[in-house]
Design a protein around this ligand. Structure first.
Ligand code: NAP
Length: 303
């Protein structure tokens, strides 16, 4: 992947005179994601032509959080465009853990469903881990079960958590050397920070995890060749925290299409940087669709 550097204008903080320098190269996910979807669509069609089976992704939404409903709708629309069927399950906000587990168990046993996505976060009365673990590992196309996490940690084949898996694909597409690189991950959530660190470690990067209790975060980030921001706080990572030339992956998505990295500052220091939107985001859905087709093909072979 190549993207020409673009030139940025900004004010020198000491002289306040406008200066120009080459800005970081952008790591754009949009085109790569579109390529992945096109390939998944071809494979979905082939499977359907040869066997009559259309890959099917079941989406489970609990409650009526508007952002979650939008994410689910986006995933269903993209599935449709890729020739992947979708089954929509919407449960009331007061659903119990037992009821959700029963629904996910039913979908896990349904031979017409190949992949299952439980939209998170779920309402607070639900034990989210218990719900995730009710998803059969062979249908866990969002990579949220302990089985998927163990596979990522051991470097074994298996479904990857979609955002971390998408980030690794982006790094690979831009030929970012991982072996021996120091990667600093900011955030340790089970769906993003922890698995992305595991995948980087499996690629022989030296990984430092940081979180809300980390001391001297900026000093640690300054030692990173690769920074992954997965914090959930708009413009949290500042340009002055970065080593010049660092690769900056902004997984954050905050209100108003704003990432976790202060883009204007960071792009003056970084070597490569993902924009928000158009960086990590499109990779997540593409990997979900790709893994749904993987699941349908694998289930076909074992049925
Ligand atoms: P999360 O579950 O809220 O986790 C946030 C992490 O950030 C936690 O580990 C937390 O540390 C850490 N953190 C909070 N404040 C911090 C601070 N001051 N210094 C250092 N670390 C701090 O969030 P998430 O689900 O991982 O999501 C993170 C971001 O990624 C959000 O913006 C979300 O919207 C975005 N996201 C994007 C996609 C996509 O498709 N692009 C997918 C999923 C999520 P503790 O563990 O100590 O609390």
């Amino acid at each position: 992947m190549t993207n020409a550097n673009h030139t940025l204008s900004f004010s020198d903080p000491e002289t306040t005179k406008p200066v120009q320098r080459d800005a970081a190269r952008l790591m754009v996910g949009t085109d790569l994601a579109a390529e992945m979807v096109a390939k998944a669509a071809e494979r979905a069609k082939k499977l359907q032509d040869e066997t009559g089976v259309q890959p099917c992704l079941a989406t489970v939404l609990v409650g009526d959080d508007p952002a979650s409903a939008t994410y689910v709708r986006m995933k269903q629309n993209r599935s449709k465009k890729a020739g992947i069927g979708s089954l929509s399950v919407v449960l009331p906000a007061e659903t119990s853990t037992e009821e959700l587990v029963a629904e996910l168990t039913k979908l896990s046993e349904d031979p017409t469903v190949h992949g299952i996505l439980l939209q998170h976060p779920v309402p607070s009365q639900i034990d989210e881990r218990a719900a995730f673990e009710a998803i059969a590992p062979g249908k866990d196309v969002d990579g949220v079960t302990m089985h998927a996490f163990a596979a990522m940690a051991f470097g074994e084949p298996g479904f990857r958590s979609c955002t971390p898996g998408g980030i690794l694909r982006l790094l690979e597409a831009y030929d970012v050397p991982l072996e021996g690189a120091h990667a600093v991950v900011i955030g340790r959530s089970p769906i993003l920070g922890k698995p992305v660190g595991m995948l980087l470690l499996a690629s022989n990067a030296t990984v430092t995890y940081t979180h809300s209790r980390t001391k001297d975060l900026a000093d640690i980030v300054r030692t990173a060749d690769i920074v992954v921001a997965a914090v959930g706080k708009a413009n949290f990572v500042r340009g002055g925290w970065l080593k010049p030339g660092a690769v900056v992956i902004d997984a954050g998505y905050n209100e108003g299409n704003v990432g976790d990295v202060h883009f204007e500052e960071a792009s003056q220091v970084a070597g490569l940087i993902t924009p928000v939107p158009g960086g990590v985001g499109p990779m997540t859905i593409s990997l979900l669709l790709e893994q749904t087709v993987d699941a349908a093909e694998a289930q076909r072979q074992t049925s």
